[in-house]
Ligand binder design. Sequence first.
Ligand code: ADP
Ligand code: PAZ
Ligand code: K
Length: 244
Amino acid sequence: MTGHYCLQLDVGNSSAKWRLVNNAEVLARGVYVPDDTSSLEAMLGCAEQVQQVWIASVAGDQREGELATVLEQRWGVSPWFARTQANTGDLVNSYSDPGRMGVDRWLAMLGARHRYRERLCVVDAGSAVTIDLVAEDGRHEGGYIIPGPTLMERALLLDTDRVRFAEAVEYDLPPGRSTAEAVRHGVALAEAGAVNLAMEQAGEPAPRLVLCGGAAPTMQQLLNGRGEWLPDLVFEGLQIMAGQ
Ligand SMILES: Nc1ncnc2c1ncn2[C@@H]1O[C@H](COP(=O)(O)OP(=O)(O)O)[C@@H](O)[C@H]1O
Ligand SMILES: CC(C)(COP(=O)(O)O)[C@@H](O)C(=O)NCCC(=O)O
Ligand SMILES: [K+]
């Protein structure tokens, strides 16, 4: 028995998410991070044979090239890298240079539009948090890129002398009463506040909010459960673009 195995990857700046798909059925999935070779080996061991490899990557040329080499050596298949387009179906990019938009954003929008043909606010909360607005007719209205929680905290630690703490504090919204709380709650306020303000700024009709990315569950909590968490949105968009 042989299946038609398609390995799909979503390569972000912190981690690479992968899933193995056979006829729309997800057989396996995982995450690998640069400094953990066993997590990469887990992906390379997911199947004896793979017929197709599709990649959504926001990594640079060098990291993409190295990944392509590893995959070719393992399965003898050269991967297909999805790239942001001026339009995909009736989703129309607002960038004058669409190739400069991260393909994760484009695919998340594509995946969301496939589910809901209405005005959308698509939030991808990873290393960076992106907030993109899509009009009901599929026009990309525009978007925002802000540092994600880890990057925001790192920026504070890098460029101040006394913002220092050892306590592990959860992301939450009350005003902080220690350095640790003031930073973590401040970051939470900035992240959730940005999404709320983007929604407010968008006006009417109120966009439907969808969330993906590693920090999406935390973000959704901070938003009081607002929005819908769709963890596979980038893969869903990848599937759509590959089918065209
Ligand atoms: N437990 C957590 N709570 C909140 N945010 C988290 C948590 N774990 C990870 N994150 C956030 O998610 C980011 C990683 O998400 P991921 O989707 O893997 O990013 P990328 O797409 O950039 O690789 C981290 O930079 C961090 O900001
Ligand atoms: C904004 C991003 C860094 C988000 O990446 P991620 O947080 O998922 O790793 C990525 O989409 C990117 O590199 N974009 C290029 C600039 C742009 O979209 O305009
Ligand atoms: K992101």
